[in-house]
Design a protein around this ligand. Structure first.
Ligand code: ADE
Length: 231
């Protein structure tokens, strides 16, 4: 799978891409991640990527030309079924089912907005617009990383323990249960006795109940949607 980030701030994404599981996925050749500096696609000597909004008002707008030039260089339609994603708080909200959908795509191109936003014509280049949540980031880079992380871990061979991935929150309905590792007693904080018992049926029951209690306490919205699926 090919993943391309188009950004005026390439440094912002380098460290997360070169660390841990995402780095290993690249080393194994499972994902190929490229970062394109939008400033390389400017033509003026100041390499300016933004400009004042027509009609006035505060904030700067990312200019359309560098984005169009990048897409010309990449080849807009060179990979069948590729998706060009504009990251914006105005996009549709990202979730695990969207992650699964995107995980099956041959190539994803991420266009990162910044400042007050992008020139409206940049939207012509995008096949979809995604927001990672109802809050405003300083730019689309962190949102692109969130999507890349969640899509990469779904590629076969990235996470060795398939069962572990499948029991994650949002794969199993509702939130995941609590987990403990050694020591058994840390500053008086004890691991629940049942987890030390070796009784697998009891452990399974405890985990199911723990997960359900957490979901009830924290995510009534999930309880409702699980109920709707059952009804
Ligand atoms: N850019 C700024 N805020 C964002 C958000 N919430 N999601 C995606 N891109 C963004």
């Amino acid at each position: 799978m090919e993943l391309i980030i188009v950004t005026p701030f390439p440094d912002l994404v380098q460290s997360p891409l070169n660390t841990s599981i995402i780095k290993r996925a690249q080393d194994k050749g499972i994902v190929d991640i490229k970062v394109i500096d939008l400033r390389e696609y400017t033509t003026d000597k100041h390499r300016q990527v933004d400009d004042y909004p027509y009609g006035g008002g505060p904030g700067m707008i990312l200019k359309p030309e560098p984005f169009f030039r990048v897409m010309d260089a990449i080849g807009k339609d060179s990979v069948p079924g590729q998706e060009v994603i504009l990251l914006t708080p105005q996009g549709s909200r990202y979730d695990q089912s969207k992650a699964k959908e995107l995980a099956g795509t041959e190539r994803l191109i991420f266009l990162c907005g910044h400042y007050k936003g992008v020139d409206e014509r940049v939207r012509e280049l995008a096949t979809q617009e995604i927001s990672i949540g109802d809050y405003v980031l300083t730019g689309g880079e962190l949102a692109a990383l969130v999507i890349i992380d969640s899509v990469t871990r779904l590629q076969p061979g990235v996470i060795s323990d398939y069962d572990s991935a499948m029991s994650d929150s949002f794969e199993a309905p509702g939130l995941d249960c609590a987990y403990y590792t050694r020591p058994e007693d840390y500053r008086g904080l004890k691991v629940p006795q049942v987890l030390l018992s070796g009784n697998h049926a009891e452990i399974k029951k405890w985990r199911t109940e723990n997960a359900l209690r957490r979901t009830r306490e924290r995510r009534q919205d999930l309880i409702q949607s699980i109920q709707e699926q059952v009804d």
